[in-house]
Design a protein around this ligand. Structure first.
Ligand SMILES: [Cu+2]
Ligand SMILES: [Zn+2]
Length: 240
């Protein structure tokens, strides 16, 4: 395929140069136009092929988590990154959550993370609105109901696969907000109205707007993730 494209490109380029050369005879205008069209098409296909070779064909997005601007001084200042990767427009979403700044006591706790409707941080995380709910369903069936995350020693580090949210199509979460809560998500079992709207997950500690990015951040995080797992296995082996 590439070899064929190369030779087409070479031939078309050669022909095009000949036609535009100073001392070449003026060709029949129809064939000159045909060659120019051909040259443009081959160039276009070639560029597309090269672009695909530069990335993995997946959709990527990142969200740089910052403490809510409306947070009072007593609240923890959570920062970090949430990365998304979708291998094809209809595929399930993979995500990395890497956050720090939670209180270190108690040593272990659980925090809710969701996608909220608006990418509007003008009033801190409060202006991101309710859970993103394009199908009008109860919580926790919203596409961005990522559930609870274990926090250890003030940090949260998690890879999750098979998430229902999407970076493509009419229900894309790009441009919407990821919100990190102070509390745990009751997953709709709280027995009140708020439970089926937001899981009673408590105060909005930190948030960010999901934006399209290249594959580099994901690749770096994946490398760090596997090194971390390796280190953990090694320390477990030593302890055993
Ligand atoms: Cu939320
Ligand atoms: Zn929800």
């Amino acid at each position: 395929m590439l070899a064929l494209l190369c030779s087409c490109l070479f031939l078309a380029a050669g022909a095009s140069d000949a036609w535009t050369g100073e001392d070449s005879a003026e060709p029949n205008s129809d064939s000159a136009e045909w060659i120019r069209d051909m040259y443009a098409k081959v160039t276009e296909i070639w560029q597309e092929v090269m672009q695909r070779r530069d990335d993995d064909g997946a959709l990527h997005a990142a969200c740089q988590v910052q403490p809510s601007a409306t947070l009072d001084a007593a609240q923890p200042r959570v920062t970090g990154v949430v990365l998304f990767r979708q291998l094809a427009p209809r595929a399930k979403l993979d995500a990395f959550f890497a956050l720090e700044g939670f209180p270190t006591q108690p040593n272990s706790s659980s925090r809710a993370i969701h996608v909220h409707q608006f990418g509007d941080l003008s009033q801190g995380c409060e202006s991101t609105g309710p859970h993103y709910n394009p199908l009008g369903v109860p919580h926790p069936q919203h596409p961005g109901d990522f559930g609870n995350f274990a926090v250890r020693d003030g940090s949260l580090w998690k890879y999750r696969a098979g998430l229902a949210a999407s970076l493509a199509g009419p229900h894309s979460i790009v441009g919407r907000a990821v919100v990190v809560h102070a509390g745990e998500d009751d997953l709709g079992r709280g027995g009140n109205q708020a439970s089926v709207e937001n899981g009673n997950a408590g105060r909005r500690l930190a948030c960010c707007v999901v934006g399209v990015c290249g594959p580099g951040l994901w690749e770096r995080q994946a490398r760090e993730h596997s090194e971390r797992k390796k280190r953990r296995r090694e320390s477990e082996c030593k302890a055993a």
